[in-house]
Design a protein. Structure first.
Length: 95
């Protein structure tokens, strides 16, 4: 992913995925994503109209973190709001 490569030196300063995630949430990644898909002649998802924005942003964060930290940072972010995983965890905990 180009963003991770372009900002690798800066992002390598973070000690864990939580710090990196906090940093990424302050970056204009949604705007960069909109610009990217517009250039690719894809469907434009306007910020105010896009119901999938939180999910897409979470995936963007997760894949950037994977490029910088690896899987130990990727999965906690990628699966954070996964309803199936949360349901499975509840079922396991209830046994």
């Amino acid at each position: 992913f180009d963003y991770a490569d372009a900002h690798r030196a800066q992002m390598n300063q973070f000690k864990d995925y939580k710090q990196l995630l906090s940093f990424l949430k302050k970056q204009p990644l949604w705007k960069k994503f909109e610009n990217y898909i517009t250039k690719k002649d894809s469907i434009k998802c306007k910020t105010e109209e896009c119901n999938s924005k939180p999910l897409i942003l979470n995936y963007i964060y997760a894949f950037i973190i994977r490029n910088i930290i690896g899987d130990e940072g990727f999965y906690p972010v990628f699966l954070h709001d996964d309803k199936t995983l949360k349901k499975a965890q509840k079922l396991i905990e209830s046994k």
